[in-house]
Structures are given as structure tokens and as C-alpha cells.
Design a binder for this molecule. Structure first.
Ligand code: C2E
Ligand code: CA
Ligand code: CA
Length: 548
């Protein structure tokens, strides 16, 4: 009967299990979802104990790893796979590539590569029918050991797969540091979440992989929805219960003979000036420049079919400049168009299109709304210099340098506004102008008002200070207060002739109201123009109630 073996039983039975092939291999096919053809298979270890029945990897692998026995297990599995391939060759069957798992502990055993190579030669299997799966966690002890093994495997012609990509949190870094040939994305790490953030992370990983020209296999695919989703984001290769559970050798042979197979080839190539892959190679000049010498920069892709944009890579300075407290992962997985104004989106897209046409650097300034847990919603103005660095049929890759120009922009706007006021005031020598904020009852006088009437730059509770100062004489005080009530009620224009100051000099006083998009009055712009002798037909009779 089936019984989970204890650690000491496992250790005690191990040698015998290897010799008698109680430890054996099952095969899980990998399928091209678009064509239904088999592109490979993964060898998975099983242990069927004569007394205790089937044991699963999750139970015995940790024990073997902790007791230094995983290396022998992996070598045993590799040999069984070679034997299997030899049998297929001898029987004249079509061979398909089989991937073998390499434990992260095998990395510390310096002759893993030599040993498997010896076995491969013994059975005389062409290297293209054997692949090695390494896991992200192999890099825990440092990237150097893994990349040494990877180089050795590559020299001998083995293709290497990155297993469980997306499980560790350093995934994006691993990809740029390790030059793997195939990436395996595990769906179970993102279960139930493909519609939301998980889906966005998946699609940006697939995107990045495609720019690296690295095929992606989605693992753990159980439903058609998952398979179709992966297909829609450009990942056609699938390994999972949807198609096959791991199969015993005999069943697997049957499937090989009925299914066509095809090679795993990437469907995209970069035809433009620079090699995008260099961006992920830590030693390349591009990376050096990207992370150290340029300012805030990002790499993004654009799909002309649905005008979608995805951020693929950002450097540290980018995070500092426009990240607003978000992490690299948050920036990459967020939808860049969420919460943005259509106008700003259009401006950006037009610049992207211009950059495609010209092949030159194109610049735009646009406002972006950034939502973060830390800062809430914030509007920032960004200057982006965009340049195309790669293209395929419908997809384009861009390099962008960004600068957060929010502060400059605000300063400029303020300067522009106050300049506009002052220019307005001084251009007409006898015009006094001011701005009245309806909600706060604050008044900002023009430069001339300040100079000639001795007003401070900001008056609270307007118009009371002007009445107190005698600028508006007492007999006009109530009328003038009435005007401000009307402004509050939403009148759009007011004017009258009013004698101002103790000299009672007649001025043509006007107000024009500015409204917000909901029709709510925001500000009123006031002006007072001295009435000159020849001003025709002054409309307002001060003694009457002034209406527009
Ligand atoms: P892995 O390399 O990620 O293998 C894939 C695992 O997912 C396998 O579990 C497979 O049976 C399972 N799987 C496949 N399709 C689906 C699906 O649609 N849904 C779900 N939920 N699971 C699916 P298995 O065979 O139990 O292996 C577990 C792990 O044990 C493997 O994960 C691998 O890390 C390790 N392992 C298996 N064989 C070997 C080996 O020969 N050597 C070493 N070092 N590790 C091995
Ligand atoms: Ca694996
Ligand atoms: Ca896996």
C-alpha cells in the first residue's frame, strides 16, 4: 500500500532503489498550443518502493538534497533519459528533446557537466535532444557558479532552461545575468490572478523574453483559459495537466509516435540597429551606460496593433526621478495608461509614432498621474526623449530618457501668470488690475496697485481692506460688497463707473469671471481704468444699480 516513507527509510533504501530502478523517470510532454505539436518533454523523477508504493518528489527530494544524494539521483535520471533516447534511436523513432532537472546542489559538485557529458557520449545521443533545467534558486549562492556551469553546458552544445522563472523575486535580474535558452514560467505561482496584476507581470515577462529572443514555456497550465491567455500574450508553448500529466515511458512512446513534433524556435527577431539582448547582459557596454552614465532611463515596447505600451526595464535613476516611491516591480507591472488623461496619452503616442517614422530622438512633455500607496495620487510633468532601438513586424522597442520637470513647470506657470498680470497692468498706464479668488476671498493686486496704492501682494477678506483703506469710498461700499456676492452667485461680468480714493477720481471698474468645467465660479479678474475726458458714453451710472 502507499505510505510516505520516513527519512531513515528513504536513506536506507536509496542505493537499492537506484540499482533496481525503483527510482525511475516519467515524461511530461510540452506542446505548442497553436499547432498541437510536441516540442519537447520534461523528465520527472519518481520512486516506487516495493513495500511503500509511490513516493513523490516533494517528499523525497528535500531529504536527498540534505543528505548529499541528489547529485547521484540527477545523474541516474540523466542516464535513464539517455537510455530512453538510445532506445528511440535504435527503434528508428523520431526523437524529441528531453529536459532533465539539475538541482541547485549539483552546482557545487564541480564535475556535473563532465559526468553527464560522459554518459551522453556512452549512449551516443546528439546533444540537441538533451536539455538541462536550472532553477532561479541556483543563483542563491552567487551568480558566478551558475554562469560557469551555464557556459560549460553551452560550450558542449546543451540548451539550458530557466525553471520556475517568476517564483523568486529577483527574476528580472536573473534573466539579465544568465544567458539561458528557454524560459519556463510557472503558472501556479500566479494562480487565479491572470486577469489582474499577475497577468500583467506574466505578460511583461513574456515580452521581455521575446525581446531576448528566448522562447517561453508556460508550466502548470491546467485550463484552456490559462492556455489561451498565455497564447494571447505571445507564449505558445505549454506544459501542464491541460494536455498531459507526466507519463510512464510506454505511454510516452505512444504519444511520440502519434504526435508530430517541431523545434522550439523564437518567432521574433530584432532587425534594427542595436541588439536588445545587450540591455540584459550585465557586462555589456549598453548596461554599463544604462545603469551608470545616463540619467533616468527606461526601455519600453509598443504594439501598433492595439497601441499598447509596456515598460520592460527601468534603471535606478528612473525609479528616483519618476517612480514616486514605487519599486521597480511595481513600475513594470503597472499599466502605464491607468488614470491618465486622454490628452496626455495622445501626446505621448504621437511622439512614439514620430520616433518610429524619423528614427531620431523625439521629445515630449506630458503630465502623468501616479498613484502610489506612499504618496497617494500625484500629478507629475515628465519630459521624455524617445528613440527606437528595435522593431519587428508590429512591435517596437524604445529607449527613453526621462526628466521630472514638475517643479520647473509649476514655476514657469506661476511666472507666466504673474508676468501676464504685470504686463497687462503696465501696458495700459492707467489700468489697475487684480485677481479675486471667489472661494477664499483673497485678492492679488497687480504691481501698479501695490506701488500706487501701497497694497500688499495678498489681501484677505476682500473687499473689506480696500473699503477700510478708503480706496472704495463709504457711499460705494455696499454696492461693491454686493458685487462680490454676485460673483459668488456666478455672474460672469460686472462693470460701473466708481469714484475711487479720497480724490474720488472716476474709474471704469470691471470684473470678468472665470469658471471651472462644472460652471462653478473660480476667480474674477478685476480692472479699474481711469475715465478720461473723451471716453464715450460711460455705460454705468454710479448712482444706479450696475448690471452687465
Ligand atoms: P518542476 O521541475 O517545476 O516540475 C514540474 C512539476 O509540476 C512536476 O511535479 C509536475 O508533475 C507538476 N505539474 C505539471 N503539470 C502541472 C499542472 O498542470 N498543474 C500542477 N499543479 N502541477 C503540474 P513533480 O513531478 O512532483 O516534481 C516536483 C519538483 O520536483 C519538480 O518541479 C522539480 O523541482 C523536482 N524534480 C522532479 N524531478 C527531478 C529530478 O530528476 N531531479 C531534481 N533535482 N529535481 C526533480
Ligand atoms: Ca523542472
Ligand atoms: Ca518548474
Amino acid at each position: 500500500m502507499e505510505k510516505r516513507m520516513t527519512e531513515s527509510e528513504l536513506l536506507g533504501n536509496f542505493r537499492e532503489a537506484i540499482e533496481n530502478e525503483y527510482i525511475f523517470v516519467v515524461y511530461q510532454p510540452q506542446i505548442n498550443h497553436s499547432t498541437g505539436r510536441m516540442i519537447g518533454a520534461e523528465a520527472l523523477v519518481r520512486w516506487k518502493d516495493p513495500e511503500n508504493g509511490m513516493q513523490f518528489p516533494s517528499d523525497f527530494i528535500p531529504v536527498l538534497e540534505n543528505n548529499g544524494l541528489i547529485f547521484d539521483t540527477d545523474i541516474h535520471v540523466f542516464e535513464m533519459v539517455c537510455k530512453f533516447q538510445r532506445k528511440c534511436l535504435d527503434e528508428g523513432m523520431g526523437l524529441i528533446p528531453i529536459s532533465v532537472n539539475m538541482s541547485r546542489f549539483d552546482i557545487y559538485d564541480h564535475n556535473y557537466v563532465e559526468q553527464i557529458e560522459e554518459i551522453r557520449k556512452k549512449y551516443d545521443i546528439p546533444v540537441k535532444y538533451l536539455r538541462i533545467e536550472i532553477t532561479e534558486s541556483s543563483a542563491i549562492g552567487g551568480i558566478e557558479l551558475v554562469s560557469d556551469v551555464l557556459d560549460k553546458l553551452h560550450e558542449l552544445g546543451y540548451l539550458v532552461e530557466m525553471d520556475d522563472f517568476g517564483s523568486g523575486y529577483s527574476s528580472l535580474n536573473i534573466l539579465k545575468d544568465l544567458d539561458v535558452d528557454i524560459i519556463k514560467l510557472d503558472m501556479t505561482f500566479l494562480s487565479g490572478n491572470i486577469g489582474g496584476r499577475g497577468g500583467t507581470i506574466l505578460s511583461s515577462m513574456v515580452n521581455m523574453a521575446r525581446w531576448l529572443k528566448t522562447p517561453v514555456i508556460a508550466e502548470g497550465v491546467e485550463t484552456m483559459t490559462q492556455a489561451d491567455y498565455m497564447n494571447s500574450i505571445g507564449c505558445n508553448y505549454i506544459q501542464g495537466y491541460l494536455y498531459y500529466k507526466p507519463l510512464r515511458e510506454e505511454e510516452f512512446i505512444k504519444e511520440i509516435s502519434v504526435l508530430n513534433h517541431e523545434p522550439t524556435v523564437s518567432d521574433m527577431s530584432l532587425i534594427d540597429t542595436i541588439e536588445a539582448g545587450k540591455f540584459w547582459n550585465p557586462e555589456s557596454m549598453e548596461t554599463l551606460i544604462f545603469s551608470n552614465y545616463v540619467g533616468a532611463a527606461a526601455v519600453f515596447s509598443y504594439d501598433s496593433r492595439d497601441e499598447s505600451v509596456e515598460v520592460l526595464r527601468v534603471n535606478k535613476k528612473y525609479i528616483k526621478e519618476v517612480g514616486m516611491g514605487r519599486s521597480e516591480k511595481e513600475i513594470i507591472s503597472s499599466d502605464p495608461w491607468e488614470n491618465q488623461d486622454e490628452k496626455d496619452r495622445k501626446l505621448f503616442m504621437d511622439t512614439v509614432k514620430k520616433a518610429i517614422e524619423s528614427g531620431e530622438e523625439e521629445v515630449c512633455e506630458h503630465w502623468r498621474t501616479v498613484c502610489t500607496e506612499m504618496c497617494g495620487v500625484e500629478k507629475i510633468c515628465v519630459r521624455s526623449s524617445i528613440r527606437i532601438i528595435g522593431r519587428t513586424e508590429n512591435r517596437y522597442l524604445f529607449y527613453t530618457m526621462v526628466r521630472n520637470i514638475t517643479a520647473e513647470k509649476k514655476q514657469y506657470n506661476e511666472l507666466y501668470n504673474s508676468e501676464r498680470r504685470f504686463r497687462f497692468a503696465s501696458e495700459q498706464a492707467n489700468v489697475y488690475a487684480w485677481e479675486y479668488d471667489i472661494a477664499t476671498k483673497r485678492m492679488r493686486p497687480c504691481y501698479r496697485c501695490m506701488r500706487d496704492l501701497g497694497l500688499p501682494p495678498l489681501l484677505e477678506n476682500y473687499p473689506e481692506p480696500a473699503i477700510d483703506a478708503g480706496i472704495f469710498p463709504q457711499d460705494y461700499a455696499d454696492m461693491y460688497r454686493g458685487w462680490h456676492k454676485k460673483l459668488e452667485e456666478g455672474v460672469d461680468h460686472l462693470e460701473a463707473i466708481i469714484p475711487l480714493t479720497i480724490g474720488r477720481v472716476p474709474f471704469h471698474v470691471r470684473y470678468t469671471t472665470e469658471f471651472d468645467e462644472n460652471g462653478k465660479p473660480l476667480k474674477a479678474y478685476g480692472s479699474a481704468t481711469m475715465v478720461v475726458e473723451d471716453e464715450e458714453n460711460p455705460e454705468g451710472n454710479p448712482e444706479e444699480n450696475p448690471e452687465n
